[in-house]
Every structure is written in structure tokens, then in C-alpha cells.
Design a protein around this ligand. Sequence first.
Ligand SMILES: [Zn+2]
Length: 241
Amino acid sequence: MPKNVEKMSINYSPNFDTTKRHKNKIKYIIYHYTGMKNDSSAIKKLTNPNSKVSCHYYITKNGKLIQMVPDLYISWHAGKSKWKQDESLNKNSIGIEISNPGYELGYRNFNKKQISCLIKISNILIKKYKIKKENILGHSDIAPLRKKDPGERFPWKLLASKKIGIWHKINLKKISNLRGKKSEYKMEFFLIKLRKFGYSTTYSNTNELKKIIKSFQMRFRPELIDGKFDRECFEIIKSLI
Ligand SMILES: [Zn+2]
């Protein structure tokens, strides 16, 4: 249990693998939003044995931290997922749920208390498990066809300024005129870059392709999430790899 997070409480979930893992198996931090109306309904779900879902840490609407599964046990937050060569990321990740009703129930900004709590716990975990910046991801990054959380209001840029996760290095003012402009490159070229970065780009129809592009946009181009690959998206992915 992290010692220097004040006010952490414990509310254990029964949803985890009973075999303990070694600490050097922990390679990723995955962020989620709860997508539930309020804390009590989210906590109820995450601690209900029938739901088969859980997380290691839960951040309430007021920025309080709750541990639900100890770090060395595998919690059930990622589901079917892929990043680079890793599949089913539960086994090598820590899952953090942040209270937010999400797209379906009224998506809103994460508040200051939540972000400050998130920064504290992330820093502790990064240090403790030597987690690389590029392995700090959102649920939608690792399951773009199924998931939209934590969504475009998640403060990736701010977190990256605190060395949590990564952000691109290009000056958006300089390239924002490329937004919505058709790229001279072929889609396949963009997908190759996404794949190189880590995204799984397997899709079977245009709707799925759109979801993959939207996942990238929610993460790195929150100003416009249209599922269309444009010149700005191309410049961003280029700068990331
Ligand atoms: Zn999620």
C-alpha cells in the first residue's frame, strides 16, 4: 500500500486472480473512467462478484483514493486488449478508475482534486515499478474497438508535463491549419505509424477503422474527434515515433 497518499481507504473487490504476480511483471498503468452515474453505483459494480470487473485504484468524484485490489494481484479492468506485442493487459498492468459518468451519462471534465490524486498515485507507481512513460495508457488505447475511456477530457498533456505519460512535441498553433485537411499520404501509411507506436490496427470494416482513428484523436488531438485521418493527425503521430 502506498504510504504517502493521504486518506487512502480500502474497499476490496473480490474480482481478481488469486495467484500473486511478481512486481517486475507490472509494466503498464491503464487509466479508465467509470462511466457510471455516481461513486456509489461504480463502487458497487466494481466490488460485486457478479460484475467480474475491478481495478487496483479508484478515484472518487472528490479526489479520494480507494484501493480495491492490491498491486501484486491481477485486477480485471482491461479485458481483451493489445498494445505493441502485449495482449490481455490485465496481467501486466495496474488499473486506475476515475469517477466520471462518461459519454453515455454526461461526460464532464475531471476536476482538480481528481487530477491531483491521480498525479500522486501515478508517481508512486511509476517509481515503485519503474514504469516507462510510454507505457502509461488509456483503456481506449489498448481496446480501441470496444472502449472510449478515459476520453478526450482526460488531461494527457498536463500529465505529460509532470512526466506521466507522453505527449507530442509539435507546436499546435503552427499546424492547426492542417486540421481537417486531407492528407497526401495513404491511410495505410498512417496505420503503419499507429502500429509502430503501439496501437492495434486490425479492423474489419470502416466503422472499426474510424474507432481506431478516434482513439488516437481522443488521446492526442482532443480538439477534433471525427475518426478521419487528416494532415494534423499525421504530423502528430510522426512526432511521436
Ligand atoms: Zn475502462
